[in-house]
Ligand binder design. Sequence first.
Ligand code: IDP
Ligand code: MG
Length: 137
Amino acid sequence: MSTERTYIMLKPDCVRRGLMGEVISRIERKGFQITAAKMMRLDEDILRIHYAHLVDKPFFPELVAYMTSGPVLAMIVEGEGVIDGMRRLMGKTKYEEAQAGTIRGDFATSTTENIIHGSDGPETAEAEIRRFFGPEA
Ligand code: IDP
Ligand code: MG
């Protein structure tokens, strides 16, 4: 393992439900460092790029409606093995499979409304950091 960075985004349901502190506290307690953070609003154009692998799925319109329903908190998180480490803290994508004790297992209300995004590998992490924080990040 090595020190890495990943792109984490607290989604609109997390912000709306007042769960940002809870989720940030889990990230910090694990020993990861938040090195950049900003509140932002997403539009359909950026979501078509960010979720390019899902644009043809029947649930894509619902995903866009959800992700544009309010502000998100975009973050760069750094640490030893942080890409996989954050995926473990987050829990599985599918609502029924997200284990209790994980962020999604404890707080998601459906497969769509699942609180948090985290990059799934080193290349996507760097691409997503540039996408949301710009080429200098
Ligand atoms: P991930 O967020 O765990 O990486 P992805 O497959 O990349 O999962 O999907 C991106 C997001 O799209 C999910 O976090 C969730 O909000 C939504 N999503 C994924 N699969 C489904 C589905 O089958 N039904 C409804 N929403 C989904
Ligand atoms: Mg993904």
